[in-house]
Ligand binder design. Structure first.
Ligand code: GLN
Length: 257
């Protein structure tokens, strides 16, 4: 039944431009699954996703409605850091302007103030999030469950040597019950949020397991581009191009999660 859920005239559907940032060097544990989920759910809501893969040196697209970036080892972070700094003012401006962004693990660390790796290298971050990260010998590894005020229970998998500490006033994504997991081994925070930016350690990939987070990002992107009338999600009607089959497919995906 491939394609059964596609709307007729999908080519005319309103576009949503997604930046997949550093897919070559920052994409471990299947973080690119987040891009697939956003793309598919946008289609099912009656939009036309346009994915721009942006690696080092690539020109920024004319239009960006959503930025997704994955995790990576310290070596991957060192490969992209100069390019990230070259884009820092742009990304800070877009974040300030309400652009939704999801940054996982290694990119979460670099969206903070700095990351001092376990070998003593200091990588300056771009300061979108009020957080800093220090590498430790003991990695935090394992499946994780956190409670988030906006998203309910969020699940995923973490594996990092960097321990992240939030500055006063920075909101975590959620709270973990076990001090030994999450941002660090000292408090119960996991992730960080500012405006529509979400930073988190959770791989999984995150969005297939937590469609409520995917819908938050999609809603923010679509509302910012098309205005309040174009909202998506279970509580509000999606775009006029959405069919009954598409609604059924969304329900099936949510059941799988
Ligand atoms: N290199 C970072 C760390 O280990 C991030 C790892 C990751 O993205 N999973 O802290």
């Amino acid at each position: 039944m491939a394609g059964a859920a596609d709307a007729p005239g999908a080519a005319d559907a309103p576009a949503v431009d997604i930046v997949s940032l550093y897919p070559r060097d920052m994409n471990i544990y299947g973080d690119s699954g987040n891009v697939l989920v956003i793309r598919r759910r946008l289609e099912l809501y009656g939009y036309r996703p346009v994915v721009h893969q942006i690696n080092q040196g690539d020109p920024w697209p004319d239009r960006a409605d959503l930025v997704l970036a994955g995790g990576g080892q310290d070596t991957g972070q060192k490969k992209i850091i100069d390019d990230l700094h070259a884009r820092a003012a742009l990304l800070r401006g877009l974040a300030e302007d309400g652009l939704p962004m999801l940054v996982i693990c290694g990119m979460y660390q670099l969206f903070g103030e700095y990351f001092e790796t376990v070998d003593g290298t200091r990588l300056d971050g771009i300061g979108v999030l009020g957080a800093y990260t220090v590498g430790r010998e003991r990695r935090l590894i394992g499946n994780l469950t956190e409670e988030s005020g906006d998203f309910g229970t969020v699940i995923g998998y973490e594996n990092h040597s960097g321990q992240t500490f939030l500055r006063e006033g920075t909101r975590p994504l959620g709270r973990v019950a076990d001090r030994e997991t999450g941002n660090n081994a000292e408090d119960t925070h996991e992730g960080a949020r500012v405006r529509n930016v979400i930073g988190t350690y959770l791989h999984g990939s995150l969005l297939p397991k937590n469609p409520v987070v995917a819908d938050y990002l999609i809603r923010a992107a679509v509302e910012r581009r098309y205005g309040g009338g174009a909202a998506v999600g279970a509580a509000v009607p999606a775009s006029g191009a959405q069919t009954e089959a598409m609604r059924a497919e969304l329900a099936r995906l949510d059941d799988l999660a």
